[in-house]
Design a protein around this ligand. Structure first.
Ligand code: AMP
Length: 647
């Protein structure tokens, strides 16, 4: 299928019989016709490897452990078969999905809604902390078939008697390792103890720490383990770069790349058939010679399109993996992974469409913040580092646009007979007595057709969840309740301690040094150091802070940086310039029963010596030395700060 000497790849499914070379289609997996119809609308062409494995097993009533991360298609892998389990006539929760963050809960609920579009009378509800209870109570009362929730809020509803799990048929733990990292594992176990004995469980986790293994052993029934292993290498003649770009800015990012990269022909990969057409249309509207190919387009038309790419009639082909199979066009100098592939093997296949026969090629991968893990897997599997891409600045783009504009004038002057226009303009100039330069400028404006020639300095930004609006925050009460905090403390403490020990040595002087650390994964994100008024004396652990900050303020945990815990307070590094609303929510958030009262610590460099003195004094005062007279609290020298690093 590949025929590419520089690629050697053979993925294997570790605990299942199936061979990855089988190319199943959704039909053969046994899904109902209503779901098939929805998949056709969405434009999924073929199941991803994890879907090929999970769907038949879940349809068969088995418990499964899927070692899979975001981007592998895991949501459809569990949602599709479990939707087929549901009895629509019974308006009660039959499937419960636990997810670590509100963002994921909403995303999963939306995906389920999309897959279930032809299941008449079907209802799915996301429930998460930070949203008013009454918004969740009404639909729960009316009856929903699937609930997707963060562990704390699900637990609250069970305790209040507003979520009844008697009719539950299946439970999904999505991103179990993330739930562990955020201090939710005790809540998860609490919920699992409340579900009926006769039920199915699907556990998804990118990694398998021991605690997750133990949860699986305790609750799952002879689970089948699904994991895609692979050995892959990529051609060294391909220069690989990635650009970290949130979904809604991909088109901007792509257009800018198209303007500044010198390319011959380009192959752009997207996930769905619909997306091939949409993107090709958008690129054509922006003046690029682009076309789409996907599995729905007839073979003959596909061949004609590929021929056009070969002979230079078009320069950009937007394709799905299926449609681009076996594509061999030597002039493809660039492969853009507009949508990240489900697995490293697909990535290797895709980029193998360039750099063929010893030529050099370029591969650019768009990575959303949540897909960072997939990037790491790709690097590991392909055994190559993918460099972060320096995004072309507006200045660079404008220089190129100016050059091209001037070139167009020169070309028009030398290639066209302009005598008629010359006569007309001379006439106009005499009548109006306008300056010829002004007339030329007006004509240039006309020629641009209302589209600005130069772009503004504003660049596509790195996504920060803290930048987003604060919808659904009418209820700012903490999701964490005192009884739950106890559970959190136990759960997070194990992880938190491990993280602290593993990643750095302790440093008692940290609070005085208020310069934040860069995030390891997002070095471009400017960080600030914040102080929160909970510490060892409150029994707080890094996991508690991560969980509370992520869920209350809707900040992705990957943007929560270094955490140092001291006796009376802790410091947390977070993206700089958070909106006032986010800070307000955080000030009121509670961890371990206490308001965290977050405040920004000013950068040590920028502080005046007076401020530095004051901060040092405050830091000194907050040390237990001043409180140790009570004899109850530990002093700094007795207890070292606990740290969590994301840096
Ligand atoms: P997930 O790993 O579940 O977060 O899915 C990542 C993305 O892949 C989502 O945008 C899905 O819509 C998309 N996706 C999942 N399965 C397929 C498929 N079989 N074909 C095309 N796109 C898919």
């Amino acid at each position: 299928m590949l025929g590419h000497s520089l690629l050697a790849y053979r993925p294997t499914m570790s605990s299942s019989e199936s061979s990855p070379e089988k190319t199943a289609d959704f039909k053969s997996l046994g899904l109902s016709s209503n779901l098939m119809k929805a998949l056709d609308d969405i434009g999924y062409e073929s199941p991803s490897p994890i879907q090929q494995e999970c769907i038949p097993l879940l349809l068969n009533g088995e418990d499964i452990i899927g070692q899979a991360q975001t981007g592998t298609g895991k949501t459809a892998a569990f949602a599709l078969p479990l939707l087929d389990l549901i009895d629509i006539k019974k308006a009660q929760p039959q499937v419960l999905v636990l997810a670590p963050t509100r963002e994921l809960a909403i995303q999963v609920a939306e995906a389920i809604q999309t897959y279930a579009r032809y299941l008449k009378g079907f209802h799915v509800l996301p429930i998460y902390g930070g949203q008013a209870y009454n918004l969740q109570l009404r639909p729960l009362k009316r009856g929903v078939h699937v609930v997707v929730g963060t562990p704390g809020r699900v637990m609250d509803h069970i305790k209040r008697g507003t979520l009844n799990l008697k009719g539950l048929k299946a439970l999904v733990l999505d991103e179990a390792d993330e739930m562990l990292r955020m201090g939710f594992i005790d809540d998860v176990e609490w919920v699992m103890e409340k579900i009926p004995e006769q039920r199915q469980i699907a556990l998804f986790s990118a990694t398998m720490p021991n605690i997750i293994r133990k949860v699986a052993e305790r609750f799952l029934n002879s689970p089948k383990i699904i994991k895609v292993k692979s050995k892959t290498t990529t051609a060294t003649t391909i220069r690989q770069r990635y650009w970290q770009v949130p979904g809604h800015q991909k088109l901007d990012a792509l257009t800018r790349i198209l303007e500044v990269e010198e390319f011959d022909a380009m192959l752009i990969f997207v996930r769905t058939k619909t997306a091939t057409v949409e993107l090709a249309d958008k690129l054509s509207a922006r003046g690029f010679a682009a076309a789409a190919i996907n599995g729905d387009i007839q073979q003959k038309t596909r061949e004609q399109t590929i021929q056009k790419l070969k002979n230079g009639k078009i320069d950009i082909l937007v394709a799905t993996d299926v449609a681009a199979r076996g594509l061999d066009v030597p002039r493809i100098s660039h492969v853009i992974n507009y949508d990240i592939p489900y697995d490293p093997e697909t990535y290797v296949h895709r980029i193998g469409r360039t750099g063929r026969a010893g030529r050099s090629g370029d591969a650019i991968l768009f990575v959303a913040p949540r897909e960072k893990r997939m990037l790491k897997s790709i690097e590991r599997v392909s055994r190559q580092t993918i460099e972060p891409m320096k995004f072309p600045t507006a200045k660079a783009v404008n220089e190129l646009r100016t050059k091209a504009f001037k070139q167009k004038i020169s070309d028009t002057l030398s290639n066209h007979d302009l005598s008629m226009f010359k006569k007309l303009i001379t006439e106009y100039q005499e009548e109006s007595s306008n300056d010829p330069m002004d007339i030329a400028a007006a004509l240039a404006q006309l020629a641009q057709g209302g589209i600005p020639l130069l772009m503004s300095e504003q660049e596509p930004r790195q996504e920060r969840r803290s930048d987003r609006g604060s919808d659904n925050r009418s209820d700012n009460r903490s999701e964490r309740r005192p009884d739950r905090q106890r559970a959190d403390r136990q759960g997070a403490s194990r992880e938190g301690r491990k993280e602290g020990r593993r990643e750095r040595s302790f440093d008692n002087d940290r609070p005085q040094q208020s310069r934040p650390r860069k995030l390891k994964d997002f070095p471009d994100v400017e960080m600030s150091r914040y102080r929160v008024e909970v510490g060892h004396n409150d029994d707080v652990k890094p996991g508690n802070l991560v969980g509370a900050i992520a869920n209350e303020a809707d900040i992705d945990s990957c943007y929560i940086g270094s955490i140092d815990i001291f006796d009376d307070f802790a410091t947390v590094d977070l993206p700089a310039g958070m909106p006032a609303e986010t800070l307000r929510i955080l000030r009121n958030a509670r961890v371990c029963g206490k308001k965290i009262n977050i405040s920004e610590l000013k950068g040590s460099d920028s502080r005046s010596s007076k401020e530095k003195g004051a901060a040092a004094k405050r830091s000194e005062q907050s040390r237990p030395a001043s409180k140790s007279s009570s004899g109850k609290r530990k002093t700094s020298s007795q207890k070292k700060p606990e740290t969590k690093e994301n840096t």
